[in-house]
Design a binder for this molecule. Structure first.
Ligand SMILES: Nc1nc2c(ncn2[C@@H]2O[C@@H]3COP(=O)(O)O[C@H]4[C@@H](O)[C@H](n5cnc6c(=O)[nH]c(N)nc65)O[C@@H]4COP(=O)(O)O[C@H]3[C@H]2O)c(=O)[nH]1
Length: 896
């Protein structure tokens, strides 16, 4: 890895060096190009200046000749051009320009007319002069540069600058020609720092080499091949720089060639490439040396590093091998410790545990397992065959042979199938063991054993509680439903049964008066009696509160159920002794027979319920069979309930009033308001036909409020000494808004509170007596009067009279009815009247129908009476007439 990286690095360094050198080379060439370009421009400009000086000189001479009239005509010219004056002028002017060797004037045929050098001329002729030829053929040509050629006089290289001479009339007269010395230019070029290998060359337009420095003798005056024309140079922006092999000295050169402004010539400045690149080459040498050094250092370092790393890797491998060996030792130790821990854990497990190899030999088993199956140490030694272990368990009496055989077959089957499974085992000593069989990865198997005796017992208990009533341990409603469904299923197979619904009569009173513990005791005793009355095959269930149900099995005729029904009524009615209390209750029973009274549990329960309802309606403590017309009645009741809900809004209620009279004066003291429902179809209905329903449905509360308001309002129409009595039902009494309803009725009517009397039955007292007492005191605080109604009918307690703040007691008409007929009635009425008198409370006798009854009541000291003897309840409209009638009756009776 390291070596390739080093090689790559070395390559990178080499590449960088190459690129740097290429760049340096380009820079050197560019630098030289720039210098040569500048030099060529400068020299071109200098050369142009030199030639301009010549033309200026010649123009000056021509102007002088013209001013002297020499050029006025060919004749004048011929006459005067060779004069001494002209010679002198030429000589004077050429003296100022040392680079000019001689100034000469030739006629058109080449005859020398005069010169600056010597006077007079000797008849020399130069008919081959190129300038003459050119000007003769081109009349527009004014100046011409010719040569180079060697001066015949000095042998030096010269060239000629010639200017056309013409007469005023345009006649061509000849040329004025200056022979210019090469040397003059060469001296100038020598003074210029051209650098090593530098050269300057001046060319004519046609490529003829005019001069070169350093001079190449053989090439001067010759046309240089492949030289691009000046016109091309001008088109290329004036200067052409190229890297070429020079045609003059065959050297590789960098050449800058520039035209000479205003003259048909070009000048080139060049340097040998070797010179241009000399410095770069020196740099390159150094750079390559450095590079070579760097690369070798790099490679050497890489090799050294690689060797070092290899060394380290070898050391690391050795260390790793040693560590691996150590780790293996540690792992083995850890494994040993873990095995020890597992063994300890297995032994400390609450569960029994055993593990077998694929060939059914014991690997390990814990102490708990050995205890469970009474196995001796040799029975749980590693390597013991499974079968031998079973034999030990049989020997210890923890397994029967049959159990062992089943276990053997099952475990071997599961093992063969490779399946996990769990099961329960009942040990001969009654304990329950939960077993979990699990195949192991190595082909063996293990089993865990848990003693679940307690858990199963608890589960069974929970199941029992879920299906049984906690108080009586009878099946509860849930189990009853299951049993009922089972009985229905049996009935479908022709095995009939009876369903009995039982409701305890007056249980509530016992519970409320004697307390819940006594109530519970009563329920348990009732349960015992019920169970004693039925057969083992029957089911007695408690559905809740004081409701029981019995499934009487194997009923073939209603007679079978009648016998049981009668037995139950009698059994429950027998007195109970409960913690010193003598208690008598009863039971009402509704009976439905299967199959006739229903095919489903719901139908049956409904049928039995309706029969129970009938039994209660028929005075309780009896049993009734379901009859289909009960269903009809039930539906009628439902219809009545619907109507009752609408009756208040439909203003179908009315109040009737029955007078209550003072026994002594026979005067009316008050009226009792009695509710009637004028039903649109059923006509006027007495309260006992709808008040119980109103109670059940809670409608009694709004209806009772209406009664209070209507009664108070009506009483306001009566004489002020008359009171009005209003019945309060238990539900109404317990309702939250009772006090507001009463004060609201009083406020709305304006009736004085003492004129309102509230009649409350004994059953109200049976409820939460503390709350009842508090309500009664609050009512008293308002100022209303309170009467205990129907005294003697309920679960009466004379102590109520003392405890509760009643103003009077209304003795139930059942006692009055028997006055004069039974001694008990007379005694009871007398006792109540005396008690009331003793407590300072009034007593009113209800249901007085005969004068004899009135007489006896008067004799017993009863203060007030009410009954048909005086008047039946009558509509409000009749109260005034009734008062009149009673008043006159009283007058007659009292006075009579
Ligand atoms: N056989 C016989 N009966 C007599 C005689 N004198 C009076 N009665 C009847 O005895 C009942 C007296 O009312 P109650 O004991 O408070 O008994 C009342 C009362 O408990 C209840 N009730 C009536 N109106 C209301 C009401 O507005 N609210 C509440 N909660 N209950 C009412 O309905 C019960 C029955 O009322 P009614 O049918 O009007 O029956 C009235 C009345 O007509 C008599 O000499 N012989």
């Amino acid at each position: 890895m390291l070596l390739p990286v080093a090689l790559l690095l070395a390559l990178g360094v080499a590449l960088t060096a190459y690129l740097w050198l290429a760049h340096q080379r380009d820079r050197a060439v560019a630098e030289a190009t720039r210098e040569l370009r500048n030099l060529s421009v400068t020299l071109a400009s200098h050369t142009a200046n030199s030639f301009s000086n010549h033309t200026i000189l010649q123009d000056g001479i021509i102007k002088w000749l013209a001013s002297e009239g020499v050029l006025a005509s060919p004749a004048f010219f011929a006459e005067r051009i060779s004069s001494y004056d002209v010679h002198r002028e030429l000589r004077a002017r050429v003296a100022a320009m040392p680079q000019i060797a001689i100034l000469s004037i030739l006629d058109p045929e080449g005859a020398l007319l005069t010169r600056s050098f010597a006077w007079p001329v000797q008849g020399e002729r130069f008919p081959e002069a190129v300038a003459l030829k050119m000007m003769r053929s081109d009349p527009s040509l004014q100046t011409f540069i010719s040569g180079p050629s060697k001066s015949p006089a000095t042998g030096l290289w010269i060239f000629y600058v010639s200017t056309r001479l013409q007469a005023a009339d345009g006649t061509f007269l000849g040329i004025l020609s200056a022979s210019v010395k090469h040397r003059a230019f060469e001296e100038f070029y020598e003074n210029i720092e051209l650098g090593e290998g530098g050269a300057v060359a001046l060319f004519k337009e046609d490529g003829t080499l005019i001069l070169r420095h350093p001079r190449i003798e053989a090439a001067i005056g010759k046309v240089v091949p492949n030289l691009p024309p000046i016109s091309g140079l001008l088109g290329a922006g004036g200067i052409r720089v190229s890297m070429d092999r020079s045609p003059l000295d065959q050297q590789q050169r960098l050449i800058a060639r520039s035209p000479v402004p205003a003259f048909p010539m070009s000048i080139s400045v060049s340097r040998q490439m070797d010179a241009v690149l000399a410095e770069w080459r020196a740099q390159r040498g150094t750079a390559l040396a450095v590079l070579a050094l760097l690369e070798s250092v790099l490679l050497a370092a890489a090799v050294l590093a690689w060797r070092h790393l290899r060394q380290r890797a070898l050391v690391a491998a050795a260390v790793a091998a040693r560590q691996a060996a150590e780790a293996e030792v540690a792992l083995a130790e850890e494994r040993r410790q873990k095995q020890a821990q597992v063994a300890a854990a297995v032994d400390s497990m609450m569960q029994g545990f055993c593990m077998f190899t694929a060939d059914h030999r014991l690997v390990v088993a814990n102490q708990r397992f050995a205890e469970m199956f009474g196995l001796p140490p040799e029975g749980v030694a590693p390597g013991v065959p499974f079968e031998a272990m079973l034999d030990h368990a049989i020997g210890a009496g923890r397994m029967t042979r049959a159990d062992a055989e089943t276990t053997r077959a099952r475990n071997l089957d599961l093992h063969a199938a490779g399946e996990a499974s769990s099961m329960f085992r009942e040990l001969p000593d009654g304990r329950s063991i939960s077993e979990c069989f699990t195949p192991t990865a190595d082909g063996g198997w293990l089993v865990t054993f848990e003693d679940v005796t307690e858990r199963r017992a608890a589960e069974a208990r929970i199941v029992h509680l879920a299906h049984h009533d906690a108080l009586t341990d009878l099946p509860n409603r849930t189990l009853f439903r299951i049993k009922l469904d089972e009985a229905i299923a049996r009935a479908r197979r022709g095995h009939g049964f009876a369903l009995l619904y039982l409701d305890l009569d007056r249980f509530k009173e016992v519970n409320d008066t004697l307390g819940h513990p006594v109530g519970d005791l009563l329920l348990r005793q009732v349960t015992e009696r019920l169970q004693a009355a039925v057969r083992d095959t029957d089911t007695v269930a408690r559905l809740g509160g004081d409701e029981f149900a019995i499934i009487q099995d194997g009923v073939r005729t209603p007679q079978d159920a009648t016998v049981l029904g009668q037995r139950l009524v009698e059994s429950v009615a027998a007195p109970y002794e409960l913690e010193g209390h003598h208690v008598v209750i009863g039971t009402s029973i509704g009976i439905a027979i299967v199959p006739p009274d229903g095919a489903t549990a719901e139908q049956l329960m409904k049928s039995a319920d309706m029969a129970l309802y009938r039994a209660k309606g028929d005075g309780r403590s009896c049993f009734r069979f379901f009859e289909p017309e009960m269903d009809v009645r039930m539906q009628l009741r439902r219809g009545l309930e619907t109507d009752l809900r609408q009756a208040l809004a439909a203003a179908e209620f009315e109040l009737f009033y029955q007078p209550i009279l003072d026994v002594g004066s026979r005067a009316v003291t008050s009226f009792e308001a009695l509710l009637r429902w004028r039903h649109p179809e059923r006509g006027l209905m007495p309260p006992d036909r709808f008040i119980p329903l109103a109670e059940e449905t809670g409608l009694i509360v709004p209806i009772g409020e209406w009664v209070l308001r209507a009664a108070c309002a009506e009483a306001m129409r009566w004489p002020a000494h008359l009171h009005v009595a209003v019945n309060l039902s238990p539900t109404q009494f317990a309702s939250r808004g009772l006090l507001e309803a009463i004060t609201g009725a009083l406020a709305a009517s304006g009736l004085a509170p003492h004129r309102l009397e509230l009649e409350i039955t004994e059953t109200v007292m049976l409820k939460d007596s503390e709350a009842t007492l508090s309500t009664l005191h609050r009512l008293k605080a308002i100022g209303v009067r309170i009467a205990m109604d129907d005294f003697g009918t309920g679960y009466s307690s004379l102590s109520y009279l003392q405890r509760f703040p009643f103003d009077k007691v209304k003795i139930d008409r059942s006692f009055i009815r028997n006055l004069g007929q039974t001694r008990e009635s007379g005694a009871i009425v007398g006792a109540v009247v005396d008690l009331c008198a003793g407590l300072g409370k009034g007593a009113t006798a209800e249901g007085v129908e005969t004068p004899e009854q009135l007489e006896e009541l008067a004799a017993k000291g009863c203060r007030e009476v009410q009954g048909f003897l005086f008047s039946r309840p009558c509509p409000a409209a009749e109260v005034a007439g009734l008062l009149d009638r009673l008043r006159s009756w009283a007058g007659q009776t009292v006075t009579g």
